[in-house]
Design a protein around this ligand. Structure first.
Ligand SMILES: Cc1ncc(COP(=O)(O)O)c(C=O)c1O
Length: 432
């Protein structure tokens, strides 16, 4: 696979410089500074269409996409979700506030969380259409408050712990295994359904999520079977909702296979649900899929400027102006990336380098051991597949100010998140 294929679909090399949607990355870096995050609209639209086309081709009942806001949420991205009519998965009060600011209507807001605070629950009951209940204690809390806030405008789904995880590159991105902290066991789900019935709570669906960044759909099948068994036991009839989560993977490095096919993933789920409902005599549910990464990761590119190069016998370090503060994924779970220089990206890859940031941690690495052309200080480099779980997990470590984010369309580049300033760092602080 060619390194350029990791980049957004509108990426080209023009006059020996990387461009996205016709915008020269060097000019954008000069204008907005670095580190800079870029999102390409054509790429998010391309992924969105792949999902909606596949759902309408393979699933004969109503179906919906829920964008997992945890991948990256800001007002502009929330607005983009509404251009496609997507639901938005919000983890708690903070993400609900962003979704609302982006104009997401109540019925399209779905709330997740493994230990929702009372503020999260209050906000969910006031402003969301769906709450995915993680545990029995939470259900009890909802039962006490539901009438006060919403008059039961909200639907409840139960989060199942299927006891089967998907294969991801690191245990920290698995959530479906039997000892995971997420969701309810089979027995707890039945207990929760009983409580909902006895308290007349608006139970409308079942959900599970087995992990993030997988490309083998096989483990979905036993989890879908278990969820449908439970749906039958609970007695869902007519309009009910089923969501087998998100987590479909993307390629981060040219060594990986091409980007996994969204069509095959959706088709596999749709066929399993249709057949599973047929054999159990269940009505077909509204099928919801909940992707984050596979919608936005490839659309995002991080642009860094090289500050210094340390060429030693043992290793060559390229030191850039961003790292674990805007992208903690290497430090968290050894994520792999690739990279191209912004100028003359076709140069011969003549040395193996590691790329690291300016932060005071040896784990502040962006890429380890990658063949690269000889880049020198002052040059710009572009890291593809930077659109998911970078800025949403970013920090102010070492006083880092979070980067600006630019939304690119042909003929139009919009600043959608400005760079943080030192004043932003001090905004919440008081003197002694
Ligand atoms: C409940 C839930 N749904 C969806 C997702 C989205 O996963 P991904 O971004 O890998 O598609 C996550 C990610 O952790 C999640 O926890």
């Amino acid at each position: 696979m060619d390194r350029l294929d990791l980049f957004p679909v509108s990426t080209k090399i023009e006059r020996d410089t990387l461009t996205i949607a016709g915008h020269n990355l060097a000019s954008l870096a000069d204008l907005y500074g670095t580190p800079l995050y870029i999102y390409d609209r054509a790429t998010v639209d391309f992924a969105a269409k792949a999902y909606t086309d596949a759902l309408s081709a393979y699933y004969p009942a109503p179906s919906h996409i829920t964008y997992a806001g945890k991948a990256f949420l800001c007002k502009a991205i929330a607005q983009w979700t509404q251009a496609h009519g997507f639901f938005v998965d919000c983890t708690g009060e903070g993400e609900i506030a962003i979704a609302l600011a982006g104009g997401v209507p109540r019925e399209k807001i779905l709330v997740h969380g493994v230990n929702k605070s009372s503020a999260d629950l209050k906000s969910a009951l006031q402003d969301a259409g769906t709450i995915v209940v993680d545990n029995l204690t939470e259900l009890e809390g909802i039962g006490k408050q539901v009438d006060r806030y919403t008059g039961k405008q909200v639907s409840l789904w139960l989060r199942l712990l299927p006891g089967v995880a998907v294969h991801t590159h690191h245990a920290h991105t698995q959530t479906g295994q039997h000892d995971s902290k997420f969701g309810m066991t089979r027995e707890e789900i039945l207990q929760a359904a009983h409580i909902c019935k006895s308290k007349n709570l608006p139970l409308k669906g079942i959900h599970f999520h087995q992990g993030s960044n997988f490309r083998d759909p096989e483990p979905l099948i036993p989890a879908i079977e278990l969820a449908l068994d439970l749906a039958k036991e609970i007695g869902f009839i007519g309009e009910w909702h089923f969501c087998p989560g998100g987590g479909w993977g993307v390629a981060y490095h040219e060594d990986e296979l091409p980007h996994p096919s969204i069509e095959n993933y959706v088709r596999g789920i749709a066929e399993a649900v249709v057949e599973g409902c047929r054999v159990r005599g269940l009505d077909l549910p509204h099928l919801h899929l909940e992707p984050g990464r596979s919608l936005v990761a490839r659309a995002g590119v991080a642009v860094y400027r090289v500050g210094a190069v340390k060429r030693r016998d043992s290793k060559t370090w390229i030191l850039v102006d961003g790292g674990m503060a805007d992208n903690p994924r290497f430090a968290l779970y050894g994520a792999r990336y690739s990279c191209l220089p912004v100028q003359a990206p076709g140069r011969e890859r003549s040395e193996r380098v590691s790329i690291a940031g300016p932060y005071c941690e040896s784990g502040d690495v962006v890429i380890e051991d990658l063949p690269m052309p000889k880049v020198e200080d002052g040059e710009l480099i572009a890291i593809p597949v930077s659109g998911a779980y970078h800025l949403s997990m970013s920090s102010n470590y070492n006083g880092a100010r979070r980067p600006a984010v630019i939304w690119l369309e042909e003929g139009n580049a919009r600043l959608i998140v400005r760079r943080e300033t030192a004043a932003d760092l001090l905004r919440r602080e008081e003197s002694l």
